[in-house]
Design a protein around this ligand. Structure first.
Ligand code: MG
Ligand code: ZN
Length: 177
């Protein structure tokens, strides 16, 4: 079975600018692309993102999908292959099975792509990223980029590691091998 890294998107790979659906507004966090390249050599990469702006009607699914295609192209242009991007489009107050910290998408990835979750990692700047990772039996890394600083006190579970940014997380993960 394969190992994977499940990445949050906003505040983890790119700066969190709020509802993001225009490719021109994407600003990658310094070091993030090199970190993805490093991780991509050893792991299958997935993105798991909550985009409640869709459910709130700020932007629609069609716009989201077009953005996601462009975003993946930006990454593949850098030699970074994202196996799948999973998005929860629902509002916070809407019952759904896919919103992080739900482990739904990780289980889906495991089934579809033969991923061993116990040997996989989750990286994100929000407590719900850590909760998802631990819930799925993976190792979780909390980042201080994005909203990481602000939400740090809200962590109700203990991450396996706290890193300054994605670059730091990649170095830590690769040091375990
Ligand atoms: Mg985030
Ligand atoms: Zn959902």
């Amino acid at each position: 079975m394969k190992r994977a890294v499940f990445l949050d998107r906003d505040g983890t790979i790119n700066e969190d600018v709020g509802d993001l659906y225009e490719i021109e507004r994407v600003a990658f966090i310094p070091g993030a692309l090199d970190a993805l390249k490093m991780l991509g050599r050893r792991f299958s990469l997935f993105i798991v993102t909550n985009q409640s702006g869709i459910g709130k009607g700020v932007f629609d699914l069609e716009t989201y999908h077009s953005f996601e295609r462009d975003y993946s192209s930006l990454l593949s242009g850098e030699g970074i292959d994202i196996v799948e991007t999973y998005c929860c489009p629902h509002r916070r107050d809407e019952p759904c099975i896919c919103r992080k910290p739900s482990t739904h998408f990780m289980e889906l990835a495991s089934e579809r792509h033969g991923i061993d979750l116990a040997r996989s990692f989750v990286i994100g700047d929000h407590p719900h990223d850590v909760e998802m990772g631990l819930g799925a039996g993976a190792r979780a890394i909390y980042l201080l980029t994005g909203h990481g600083m602000k939400h740090r006190s809200e962590l109700v579970v203990v991450p396996h590691h706290v890193a300054d940014d994605l670059a730091g997380a990649a170095v830590w993960i690769c040091s375990l091998d």
